[in-house]
Design a protein around this ligand. Structure first.
Ligand code: SAH
Ligand code: SF4
Ligand code: F3S
Length: 439
């Protein structure tokens, strides 16, 4: 029996799909296959913006015919959109052929739900309220070698006024530091070469006292594990980024000198309406502090345009922040109203044409920053962790610590190895060059 998983959304969801694969394997679905050959198809959904939902709706709808032809096919829908209030009913109404809807708080029950669905003909909708660490003990099927994701927190307490995550992922829960460390040690022993610690707001790790230590202490402990590997972490919230954390980054060679610090907006009035709990000045002072400890440390960010009531001048403050903070790159989004959030109720929603025009200008500025940073690598040698082979280009590829993607030729399969790349040219986030022998 085969399985197929379709994933939308963030790294956390991608990692969760690895756990779903683990559960499916246990249930006897041996191999991942193309969608037409699968005996079970799982959609792991996202609801962060409307287009994420529309994608899933479109792809689920496209399965109607396949389901008609294959009576024993199981179609399951889980993840953040499934957990969203009222969405399970909408899914069932629109697509009566769905067999199983499950949420973000009952992943560990998925195996039992599949058994129940196999035993009877009726569709199952099973959603739960939040219950602590719901994913303990699930052995993921990792698809990200040589990288591996490790959860440190689940959920979020911040309630940024535009964001649905706290509603669909529940309150912030920290994993025990000893469990995180045990997982990291075993991944490194298995040969994984890049560990990314995941949480909606890693800086507030242990806010519930369940972790046993602070985030800087945890990061220090993770980077102290023996072996040759890199450490990344995301996401940091600017309201509690600290000098202590910057110093831990500096202390360990293993921790990549790169910080993802979502700013969202460059306007203090908008930041306040967003409930972000920092100002532009505080944000910039944090970056200055980081760069006083790690000179030129690249910083990436997330930015939203078209938040309710955002004026042209306020948008321009976001544009100028991109220059002033000298972001290495940025994810840019048009604000999308999410039912149930505070911002969706606000007066002054911005017309789509205005947001579209703003995001184009923002993207142009971000691209200029991206090119500028990439250009600084040309003529230099940078360490790359080889991750994959690009059939089309006939080149191996992998990222340097700043997240730039390096491409190079090699006779030998280098996936999983650290190599030195002499960069000859840059294009966007990509660097091209030749390998040099390590001295
Ligand atoms: N916890 C992380 C990221 C959460 S989601 C953080 O706090 O930064 C990733 C990004 O999606 C956010 O940083 C934000 O820029 C964007 N986002 C969230 N809700 C959105 C919405 N309603 N409309 C547009 N973008 C949104
Ligand atoms: Fe959403 Fe804000 Fe939490 Fe990030 S910190 S997940 S943007 S509520
Ligand atoms: Fe991630 Fe989307 Fe959920 S961004 S946490 S999968 S709403």
């Amino acid at each position: 029996m085969n399985y197929h998983i379709v994933t939308y959304g963030c790294q956390m969801n991608i990692h969760e799909s690895e756990k779903i694969a683990g559960i499916l394997k246990e249930k006897g679905y041996g191999t991942e296959s193309p969608i037409e050959e699968a005996d079970i198809i799982v959609f792991n959904t996202c609801c962060i913006r409307e287009n994420a939902e529309n994608h899933a709706f479109g792809n689920i709808g496209a399965l109607k015919q396949l389901k008609r032809e294959k009576k024993n096919l199981i179609i399951a829908v889980g993840g953040c959109m499934a957990q969203e209030e009222g969405k399970a009913q909408i899914l069932r109404q629109k697509f009566p052929f769905i067999d199983l809807v499950f949420g973000t708080h009952n992943l560990s029950e998925l195996g039992d739900l599949i058994d129940r669905r196999r035993a009877r003909r009726k569709a199952i909708v099973s959603l739960r309220e939040e219950r602590g660490e719901t994913e303990a003990g699930i052995e993921p099927v990792r698809t990200s070698y040589p990288g591996a994701w490790v959860n440190i927190t689940y959920g979020c307490n911040n309630f940024c006024s535009y964001c649905i995550v706290p509603y669909v992922r529940g309150r912030e829960r920290s994993r025990k530091a000893e469990d995180v460390l045990r997982e990291v040690r075993s991944l490194v022993a298995e040969g994984f070469r890049e560990i990314t610690l995941l949480g909606q707001n890693v800086n507030s790790y242990n806010s519930d006292g369940q972790g046993g230590m602070s985030f800087p202490e945890l990061l220090d402990a993770v980077a102290s594990v023996e072996g040759k590997f890199r450490v990344r972490f995301m996401t940091s919230h600017p309201k509690d980024f600290s000098e202590e954390l910057a110093r831990v980054m500096k202390k360990h060679e293993k921790i990549c000198n790169l910080l993802h610090l979502p700013a969202q907006s460059g306007s203090n009035r908008i930041l306040n309406l967003m409930n972000r709990r920092y100002t532009r000045e505080k944000y910039l002072s944090e970056i200055a502090m980081l760069r006083s400890i790690i000179p030129d440390c690249p910083v990436t960010t997330d930015l939203i345009v078209g938040f309710p009531t955002e004026t042209e001048e306020e948008f321009e403050e976001t544009l100028s922040l991109v220059k002033e903070a000298n972001f290495a790159s940025a994810f840019t989004f048009v604000y999308s109203p999410r039912t149930g959030t505070k911002a969706a109720e606000m007066e002054g929603q911005i017309p789509e044409e205005v947001s579209k025009e703003r995001i184009m200008r923002l993207v142009a500025q971000v691209n200029e920053n991206t090119r500028n940073l990439s250009a600084t690598f040309v003529g230099k040698t940078t360490e790359i962790l080889c991750e994959d082979y690009d059939e089309k280009k006939g080149l191996y590829l992998g990222r340097n610590e700043a997240g730039r993607m390096g491409y190079f030729a090699s006779e030998r399969n280098l996936i999983g190895e650290f190599v030195e790349l002499k960069v000859e040219r840059a294009n966007g986030v990509s660097l091209f060059g030749e390998l040099v022998e390590k001295s």
